[in-house]
Design a protein around this ligand. Structure first.
Ligand code: FES
Length: 112
């Protein structure tokens, strides 16, 4: 099963997704940037962005000011998780006034 491997400096690879202003789902931005969102299991089992599988977890490394508040769905799935974790299909990036760069760590649940 695919999982992130630490680089030579021991840190995990971080992917950058640039959000242009306008409300866009983080899930869509990641797929437009060809950033793989799911591990092998989630690739097959994901709910297609419906907020019912909980497999699209990402960690927001930078740019959280650009995001919407956690939705009720996220509150359910991420209750005991760090605040920086989001479900990509529930996360809206940017609004009419602001845009910028969001840096995401994929699959934070694999990190030890
Ligand atoms: S894709 Fe299923 S909860 Fe996000």
């Amino acid at each position: 099963m695919w999982q992130p491997k630490p680089g030579s400096d021991g840190s995990y690879p971080v992917d950058k997704a640039k959000a242009i202003s306008g409300e866009k789902l983080l899930r869509n931005i990641m797929s437009e940037n060809k950033i793989e969102l799911y591990a092998a299991y989630g690739k097959v089992m994901n709910c297609g962005g419906g907020g019912s599988c909980g497999t699209c977890i990402v960690e927001i490394v930078d740019g959280k000011d650009l995001l919407n508040e956690r939705t009720n769905t996220e509150l359910r799935y991420l209750k005991k998780k760090p605040e920086s974790w989001r479900l990509a299909c529930q996360t809206i990036v940017g609004n009419k006034e602001n845009s910028g760069k969001v840096v995401v760590q994929r699959l934070p649940q694999w990190k030890k």
